[in-house]
Design a binder for this molecule. Structure first.
Ligand code: KG4
Ligand code: ZN
Length: 344
C-alpha cells in the first residue's frame, strides 16, 4: 500500500473541523492539518448550544475551514484518497451539514467515503499523539454530551460500552455549575482556572453512584449540580459571599474523584492495563492529575491526548478514517444516513 491522504470532517456539535492525516504503508499516521472553526461564542449568551445556530454556523464555516486545512497541509483536493465524516451521534441538523459536504467531496473526487462514529473518533484522537493502541484498552470519554467507559478491542470495529452517565454528562455539569456561580459558557475552562486558587476540601459535595449497591461503572452528575445550586442558594439566604474558588475546587474534586475512581476500578476489574481519557473534559487539569496518580498506584498506563485533540476536531475523524482504511473496512455508500443517537 502506498501512502494515503485521509481527510476528516467533524460537525456534530458546535465545532466545524477538518483534519488531514497521511497514512503510510506501515499503518503509521502523520497529522498534516487540524483546522477548527467554533461557533461557541454565538451560543455563550444562551448558556448552551442552540442547534439551529450551530447548523447555520457549520454551513458558513465548512468551505473556509476545508480551504484552510488544505493550505495548512500543503495539498490540493485532488491529493485526497478518502473522506471520513462524523455521521453520529450529535445534533441532527449539524451532522447533516458535515455529511452532505463529505458526500459532495467524495462524489466529486471519486474517492471512498467513511461514515464514522464521533465517540470512537475521540478515542482515535489519542493515536495521533501516542501511536497505535494496545490490543485492549479502556477509554473514559468525557465531553459536553457524553460520559462513558468504553472497552476498546479494535478501534476500527470492536468497542463496547461498559458504563455511562444516567443523567448529565461531566462537561454538562461543568457548564451548568458555571452558570449557577456566574462564570461564562463553556464552564470547563473558567472553573478549572478558578479551582487552582480554591480549596478542594472546603465544601463536601456528593459523589454520585458510589454507594455499595450502585452500578459500578455508571455515572451521575445531576445530584452534584443540584447540591452546588442548593449550597449557593443557602449562602445567599444567609447573606454570605460565594467563595467562587472554593466552590469550583470542591466541585471539580468531586467530578475528578468519581471519574478516576470508577475508571481505575473498571480497568482493574477487567484486567485492562491501559486507560485513555479523551473528550473536552479530559483537558481538565485536576482530572488528568488525579488520573495520573491513581493509574500509577494501580500500575495502569495512562494516555491523555493534548487538549487540542481532546475537544471536538476533524483530525480525530481523519485518524479514525485512516484506521478503517488500514483495516480494509468497506466504505459507506453515498446514501450514508446521519444518526443523532448512534451508539458507539
Ligand atoms: O468534546 P467537546 O469539545 O464537545 C462535545 O463533544 O461535547 O467537550 C466540550 C465540553 C464542555 O462541556 C466544556 O465545558 C468541557 O468540555 N471542557 C472542560 C475543560 N475544557 C473543556 N471541562 C473541564 N475542564 C476543562 N479544562
Ligand atoms: Zn465530542
Amino acid at each position: 500500500m502506498t501512502d494515503k491522504i485521509i481527510l476528516g470532517i467533524e460537525s456534530s456539535c458546535d465545532e466545524t473541523g477538518v483534519g488531514i492525516v497521511r497514512l503510510d504503508s506501515q499503518g503509521g499516521m502523520t497529522l498534516l492539518a487540524d483546522e477548527v472553526a467554533s461557533s461557541v461564542d454565538q451560543h455563550a449568551r444562551f448558556g448552551g448550544v442552540v442547534p439551529e445556530v450551530a447548523s447555520r454556523a457549520h454551513l458558513e464555516a465548512m468551505i473556509p475551514t476545508m480551504d484552510r486545512a488544505l493550505d495548512a497541509a500543503g495539498i490540493q483536493l485532488s491529493n485526497v484518497d478518502a473522506i471520513a465524516v462524523t455521521c453520529g451521534p450529535g445534533l441532527a441538523g449539524a451532522l447533516l451539514v458535515g455529511v452532505a459536504a463529505a458526500k459532495a467531496y467524495a462524489a466529486a473526487l471519486d474517492v471512498p467515503l467513511y461514515g464514522v462514529n464521533h465517540l470512537a473518533g475521540h478515542v482515535a484522537a489519542d493515536t495521533l499523539q501516542h501511536g497505535a493502541l494496545p490490543a485492549e484498552c479502556l477509554a473514559l470519554l468525557v465531553s459536553g454530551g457524553h460520559t462513558q467507559l468504553l472497552k476498546v478491542e479494535d478501534i476500527a470495529g470492536k468497542i463496547t460500552e461498559i458504563g455511562s452517565t444516567i443523567d448529565d454528562a461531566a462537561g454538562e455539569a461543568y457548564d451548568k455549575v458555571a452558570r449557577i456561580i456566574g462564570l461564562p459558557y463553556p464552564g470547563g475552562p473558567p472553573i478549572d482556572k478558578a479551582a487552582q486558587q480554591g480549596n478542594p476540601t472546603a465544601i463536601k459535595f456528593p459523589r454520585g453512584l458510589t454507594g455499595p449497591r450502585d452500578p459500578r461503572f455508571d455515572f451521575s452528575f445531576s445530584g452534584l449540580k443540584t447540591a452546588v445550586a442548593r449550597w449557593v442558594e443557602q449562602q445567599e439566604r444567609d447573606d454570605k459571599p460565594i467563595p467562587v474558588e472554593d466552590v469550583c475546587a470542591s466541585f471539580q474534586e468531586a467530578v475528578a474523584d468519581v471519574l478516576t475512581a470508577k475508571a481505575v476500578h473498571a480497568a482493574k476489574e477487567l484486567g485492562i492495563g491501559t486507560l485513555v481519557i479523551s473528550g473536552g473534559v479530559a483537558a481538565n487539569s485536576r482530572l488528568s492529575g488525579l488520573a495520573r496518580e491513581r493509574c500509577e498506584q494501580a500500575g495502569i498506563e495512562l494516555r491523555v491526548p493534548r487538549p487540542r485533540l481532546c475537544t471536538d476536531n476533524g483530525a480525530m475523524i481523519a485518524a479514525l478514517g485512516a484506521h478503517l482504511v488500514a483495516a480494509g473496512v468497506r466504505p459507506s455508500s453515498l446514501e450514508l444516513p446521519t444518526d443523532p443517537g448512534l451508539p458507539v
